[in-house]
Design a protein around this ligand. Structure first.
Ligand SMILES: Cc1ncc(COP(=O)(O)O)c(C=O)c1O
Length: 393
């Protein structure tokens, strides 16, 4: 779609669901900020001071929010803690937390810490087949004693996309605060977080937004919660107009900006600034349509040529995100063998090979070659010979 805007690594890269490819604009933006540092030194803060805030309109478009409801800061884990420290106020019988057995571990660690602090339970909705969640079970877990639920938009292993608007509505009807971990959907799937009524969301920018390793994360908080004072506070979340008065009384910025803590990483924000400019050149609906086209094509190729691999990702377009998960007992060896042939997949223990044909830069021809190479590896058994050295992340 916009492959011309990316510095493609050698070979075939199908791991954009882990770390997106570098946009030329990200490199250029970092170099520009480096030049500013060299030239302006501390005076650079005159133009860096509100850099995160200047990115909010672009973030807001990605997640369907108002600009004052989002901010680029922290990481998914840190932002989740900051939001829980503010929103999670167990009261009376309504005190427990709900998440799922398929959540990313860091989310579970964070939720556990808060449940422990308040002597509440963290209930994990089970995955009967180990890969997907049944939405009836999620709805059934939304009981009167639950204060807050955190769900993944797209499950990181299977690539299944949950019914975000429907589940948001269900939680809100029951008086439960609902937050989303949108790591695997932002930049790949359009969102309308504000209109859907989601209370909060966290996501990263290093996957489908292509802002580089450890890029600052994303935080969304619905404006109905903007009267709350953040449970975690730092000077970068202070009202910008008076921040440098250095008063000891914290006056929160109006909106999601109040959830910043310390001095932002300007060079990393610069990479995000450049990466976001790519999204000015495309419509998110087109990105989603292209992504669905590529994942459908990949699943069809796998079904036709690789019957040994089980497609775990749901077929219905409304039920899948941007990657395809394939189960095979030797998935780890296969992923190493693919890497040895110049194809970068992604592996998740114990048996999932993840392939992410990213709408912005991957092509059908790359998928055809990947499937051909997998066929050869399975036919010749060559993958068995690949040393299981190193870890595939
Ligand atoms: C779904 C999901 N949630 C949370 C995280 C953790 O994010 P962070 O390291 O930015 O805190 C990741 C990391 O890849 C993830 O994929």
């Amino acid at each position: 779609m916009r492959r011309d805007l990316f510095a493609m690594p050698p070979g075939i890269y199908l791991d954009g669901n882990s770390l997106g490819v570098m946009p030329h604009a990200a490199r250029a933006a970092v170099l520009r900020r480096l030049d500013e540092w060299q030239r302006d030194a501390v005076s650079g803060w005159d133009h860096w001071f509100e850099l995160a805030e200047t990115l909010s309109p672009a973030l807001a478009r990605l997640v369907g929010a108002r600009s004052n409801e989002v901010i680029a800061t922290g990481s998914i884990t840190a932002n989740l803690h900051a939001l829980l420290a503010t929103l999670y106020r167990p009261e009376g019988a309504r005190r427990h937390l709900v998440a799922t057995a398929l959540d990313f571990p860091s989310d579970v660690y964070a939720l556990h810490a808060w449940a422990e602090r308040f002597g509440a339970e963290l209930r994990l909705i089970p995955a009967r087949d180990g890969q997907t969640l049944r939405e009836e079970e999620i709805r059934a877990a939304l009981t009167d004693d639950v204060a807050l639920v955190l769900l993944p938009t797209v499950l990181y292993r299977s690539g299944a996309l949950l019914d975000v608007p429907g589940l948001t509505r269900a939680a809100r009807e029951r008086g439960i605060l609902i937050g989303w971990d949108a790591a695997h959907s932002v930049g790949s799937v359009p969102h309308e977080l504000h209109d859907w009524g989601a209370d909060f969301a966290v996501w990263c920018h290093y996957k489908y937004v292509n802002a580089g390793p450890g890029a600052p994360g994303g935080l969304y908080l619905h404006e109905r919660h903007h009267h709350l004072v953040p449970g975690l506070r730092g000077w970068w979340g202070h009202d910008k107009a008076t921040q440098f008065e250095m008063a000891h009384t914290f006056r929160p910025a109006a909106g999601a900006g109040a959830y910043q803590l310390g001095t932002p990483p300007i060079l990393a924000l610069a990479a995000l600034e450049g990466a976001l400019s790519v999204f000015d050149t495309v419509e998110l609906a087109e990105v989603r349509a292209r992504s669905l086209e590529l994942t459908a094509y990949l699943m069809a190729l796998v079904e036709r040529h690789l019957p040994e691999l089980r497609v775990v990702t749901p077929r219905e377009p409304t039920r899948r995100g941007g990657h395809v998960a394939l189960a095979h007992p030797q998935a780890h060896a296969l992923s190493l063998a693919l890497r040895a042939r110049g194809i970068t997949p992604d592996f998740r223990a114990p048996d999932i090979l993840r392939l992410a044909p990213v709408a912005l830069y991957n092509t059908e021809a790359e998928l055809e070659t990947t499937v051909q190479v997998l066929r050869e590896l399975l036919d010749t058994g060559a993958y068995r010979a690949v040393e299981a050295a190193g870890r595939v992340t």
